[in-house]
Design a protein. Structure first.
Lengths: 164, 284
């Protein structure tokens, strides 16, 4: 066994510090060490996107990153995007437009969609499908996920305009 | 899926990387984005007692476009390639190909250096770089050297790079004419069943130069000089397309796997190369 190393990271704005084996996968750090269970493990082989988190503004699959690589990183998970009392417009839209059925893929979907809307605040349906290609859903057939993201984009843009 | 234990190193300069590679020899491996290496380590197909993370090493980033060449640092990601408008103007085939690699999350991590150094016949950038006649810059204990992409690949996961060398950059002569990267895959995010990279130069209605490389149809990428030669001097009509596709078939050597039997792969390769040539010609 290799030695544990000292890791520091920020998760959802909160500084975290601990000792870990470098081979620990970030998804396990989040779920089992930090008890942040929003990001899910679907495939564990970099294919499904259920484990998607945001690091430095970019969507990343947390099952394909060692905790050692994330030393010093600023990480956002679904918990940092919105909670029961302050739903993010994407969360509201997924609820209203039936963007989920079993909900297993949803944390990854919404976390990815939030980064997508930062990259491209006005995506077309095609751009959404392309931008969400790293996230699989076994239930919905994607139609309502796309609808939800379109609705959330419209909502976010409308409230930005209203604020100006 | 827990990989075997390893010691983690995150040097900040190349001297530190080389020193670690020399100290640990076969037991050390560099990691760029980790999106080929980590899956292999999880499957325990790669055993890496000393993992050297390149993320903090200075001098491996950046895309610069000169009057004759484009230089892309090894740690430039596929997302960086797609986002760079000047690059998309100078060598549009790079963006077209990068958009067909994996998915957004993987492209945020996967690097150009990792993609070309990996040596997996499924990777898209090696064939692309052969089409563009790129040169790979390597640095090792004995200094730096340049290896043409067309001479770099020896067999699956075997390249001209030695264990103590690191790939620092890819240099591409500014491409001329029309381009196309065509890839047949089972689903978005999949490796190619067959892919073709084509650059074509046109003078009036005559093709004056053509470069064609194929992906995932042998244990290395295949630069098909004969396929390109079959187009030169023609008006890229049906007969020329057939001749180029025939020549390409003589150079590839696909094997059967879960993407299909040999006959199917040859068929797809023929379809894809014709599509790529036709599209590149229409843009030339
Ligand atoms: C779900 C999924 C789908 C994918 N689909 C595709 C696809 O369609 N097409 C495609 O081309 N790729 C695909 N990939 C692979 C992806 O593009 C990889 O990221 C890429 O092949 C390797 O880049 P990396 O930076 O992640 O390299 P790493 O995984 O870090 O490294 C790969 C290998 O290269 C070596 N290496 C890395 N950098 C250097 C360097 N600078 N010098 C010397 N050696 C180096 C490493 O030691 C290792 O052996 C996919 C990956 C996944 C997970
Ligand atoms: S669990 Fe990470 S991509 Fe599926
Ligand atoms: S809602 Fe069940 S997997 Fe997407």
């Amino acid at each position: 066994m290799s030695d544990k190393i000292h890791i520091k990271m920020t998760v959802n704005g909160k500084p975290e510090e601990f000792l870990a084996e470098p081979r620990e996968l970030l998804i396990y750090t989040l779920r089992e060490r930090l008890n942040i269970t929003g990001p899910h493990i679907g495939c564990e082989t970099s294919h499904c996107g259920a484990c998607t988190v945001t690091i430095g503004g970019k969507s990343v699959k947390a099952c394909t990153m060692f905790v050692a690589q994330a030393d010093g990183a600023d990480i956002t998970t679904i918990e940092g995007i919105g909670g029961p009392d302050d739903l993010h417009p994407l969360q509201t839209a997924f609820k209203e437009h039936h963007g989920l059925q079993c909900g297993y893929c949803t944390p990854g979907m919404i976390t990815r969609a939030a980064a997508l809307l930062e990259e491209n605040p006005n995506p077309t349906e095609e751009e959404i499908r392309f931008g969400m290609a790293g996230n699989l859903c076994r239930c919905t057939g994607y139609q309502n996920i796309v609808k939800s993201i379109l609705a959330a984009a419209a909502e976010i843009n409308a409230s930005k305009e209203a604020a100006q | 899926m827990i990989p075997a234990a390893f010691d983690y190193h995150r040097p900040t300069d190349m001297a530190g990387v080389i020193a670690l590679l020399q100290e640990h020899g076969d037991d050390a491996r560099v990691m760029a984005g980790g999106h080929s290496l980590i899956p292999m380590m999880k499957l325990r197909m790669a055993d890496v007692p000393h993992l050297i993370d390149l993320q903090s090493v200075s001098g491996l980033g950046g895309i610069s476009i000169g009057s004759e060449n484009i230089r892309i640092g090894a740690m430039v990601t596929q997302t960086d390639i797609i986002a760079d408008d000047a690059l998309a103007k100078g060598a549009p085939i790079l963006r077209e190909a990068a958009l067909q690699i994996a998915d957004p999350q993987v492209r945020n991590m996967g690097t150009v250096g990792g993609n070309v150094a990996n040596g997996d016949p499924g990777n898209d950038m090696p064939g692309l770089m052969q089409c563009l006649d790129a040169t790979f810059s390597l640095i090792g204990p004995d200094g730096v050297r340049d290896v043409p992409a067309r001479d770099f690949y020896e067999a699956a996961y075997m390249t001209a790079r030695t264990d103590e060398e690191v790939l620092t950059a890819v240099t591409i002569p500014l491409p001329a004419g029309g381009y196309a990267y065509e890839k047949q895959k089972r689903k978005i995010g999949d490796y190619a069943t067959a892919a073709a990279a084509v650059q074509i130069v046109r003078d009036g209605n005559i093709c004056t130069a053509a470069s064609i490389a194929m992906t995932n149809l042998s244990d290395t990428p295949i630069y098909s000089e004969a396929a390109g030669a079959a187009l030169v001097g023609t008006s890229v009509d049906d007969a020329a397309l057939a001749a180029a596709a025939d020549a390409m078939q003589g150079d590839i050597d696909p094997s059967e796997d879960n993407r299909g039997p040999v006959a199917f792969k040859k068929h797809v390769a023929g379809v894809i190369v014709r599509r790529a040539i036709t599209r590149a010609w229409s843009r030339a």
